[in-house]
Design a protein around this ligand. Structure first.
Ligand code: FAD
Length: 409
């Protein structure tokens, strides 16, 4: 007998899990199958470069729901199963082992695959990505024998890994190709603040460096060679240079897209009854002035999951949630609200030397985003400024003694 399901969800990460939860919350009584190629039930990814990696939180505490939840909600889990192709016309999925599954609606929530370095040695043993529990467990299993770690990439994941490893007593060298860390996501003030924090904690942080090769011996990485001729000795190499959206099967099925599957405001792809959400979905975002972007955040995955679930159930709502994000490094809690891309001015509220301050991003005088370091009040109150498209007096905005809520009108 051919298997079939009313709603198939491919990808059992943040977005996939939330879509299944939301469908049941909305009283959907049909059959739901959640398919994931990892062996675990859905778990939170952010702790992988934070508390889980640091050994401060066991795996059970980062699960999105306890294992029994899924059976209790009559959500069928197919774990350790990879979907390799989609037949959009026949409404059918094919798995790596050749099995098929027919669906009524499909939600594609596959996230992304870590980019690999395109230099010799990138596939040596001892070179790690940080995307899955398996990635992090593999590193944790070796940490006792590791003294020196080279981290390639100064984005949030690389910086968080540097903070954890430094706290664990490892010697960390962080190598960033651009002239500052976090260059793709934040302004210079924030980049320079984090650079000096990491250096103060003992990280050998270098910018403007080009990696030419991962050096190795007997199949194992033992260093990183740079374009300037220097070799950085390392017992472990971590590569955090972004992800490629995992959309091969959908594009092959004819979905529109390129860097991400294109979706409309209700997370519909160009294929019938197929939705895409989370890291893999390219959407027009109102907080990017309608530009088509992909967002890699828990907020985006969860909110798009809700939009897709409601749309499938006949209650379409547009995706217009304000983006937010966080990062924990050392004792610094960064909270970001809005999107800073395209800003033409920044204002710093408070003194970075106190390790509690905010960077406000402006475009044509309008507040579009805030990066708040140990400054939760600004994060909470700044939201209103962004949603209200406020254009506050710059002098008052710069005065940390003036609460942001007073500038919202
Ligand atoms: P994922 O959660 O990645 O889930 C996708 C799942 O689909 C994966 O299990 C994948 O293996 C599976 N899959 C892929 N292809 C197939 C296939 N063909 N068949 C079956 N299964 C498949 N965001 C924040 O907001 N704050 C943070 O602090 C933060 N920190 C992060 C730290 C780390 C180390 C990482 C890796 C990410 C972090 N993020 C953070 C980003 C956040 O975790 C992602 O944006 C979020 O997980 C995206 O959810 P998703 O459902 O789109 O994809």
């Amino acid at each position: 007998m051919k298997s079939s399901v009313d709603i198939a969800i491919v990808g059992a990460g943040h977005g996939g899990a939330q879509a299944a939860i939301m469908l049941r919350q909305q009283k959907f009584e049909g059959s739901i199958t959640l398919i994931g190629d990892e062996p675990e039930h859905p778990y939170e990814r952010p702790p992988l470069s934070k508390e889980y990696f640091a050994g401060e939180k066991p795996f059970e505490r980062i699960m999105i729901r306890p294992e029994k939840f899924w059976a209790e909600r009559d959500i069928t889990m197919m774990l350790g199963r990879q979907v390799t192709s989609v037949d959009a016309e026949r409404h059918e999925l094919t798995f790596a082992d050749g099995d098929t599954l027919a669906y009524g609606h499909l939600i594609w929530a596959t996230g992304g695959t870590p980019r690999v370095l395109n230099c010799p040695g990138h596939d040596l043993s001892g070179v790690h990505a940080v995307r899955t529990r398996a990635d992090v467990d593999a590193m944790m299993a070796k940490l006792d024998t590791v003294e020196r770690v080279a981290i390639i990439g100064g984005g949030y994941i690389g910086l968080e890994a540097a903070a954890v490893l430094t706290k664990l007593g490892k010697q960390v060298v962080l190598l960033e190709a651009l002239d500052r860390v976090l260059a793709r996501v934040a302004g210079e003030e924030l980049s320079h603040f984090y650079e000096s924090e990491h250096r103060a904690h003992g990280v050998d942080l270098r910018t403007d460096v080009a990696v030419t090769c991962i050096a190795g011996k007997d199949g194992r990485a033992n260093g990183v060679e740079l374009a300037n001729g220097e070799t950085i000795a390392a017992d472990m190499v971590i590569v955090g240079i972004g992800v490629e959206p995992a959309i091969g099967p959908l594009l092959e099925a004819g979905a529109k897209g390129n860097n991400g599957v294109s979706v409309d405001a209700n997370c519909r792809t160009s294929l019938p009854d197929i939705f895409a959400i989370g890291d893999c979905a390219a959407h027009a975002n109102p907080f990017a002035d309608g530009a088509t972007i992909r967002l890699e955040s828990v907020q985006n995955a969860n909110d798009q999951a809700t939009v897709a679930a409601k749309t499938i159930l006949g209650h379409p709502v547009p995706y217009e949630a304000i983006p937010w994000f966080w990062s924990n490094q050392y004792d610094l809690k960064l909270q970001t609200i809005g999107l800073s891309t395209g800003h033409d001015a920044t204002i710093v509220r408070g003194d970075p030397a106190t390790r509690s301050f905010s960077v406000v991003y402006l475009k044509d005088g309008r507040v579009i985003a805030l990066d708040c370091v140990n400054a939760t009040k600004d994060y909470v109150q700044g939201r209103k400024l962004i949603i209200g498209k406020a254009r506050p007096d710059p002098a008052r905005l710069a005065d940390a003694a003036v609460p942001l809520k007073e500038l919202a009108a």
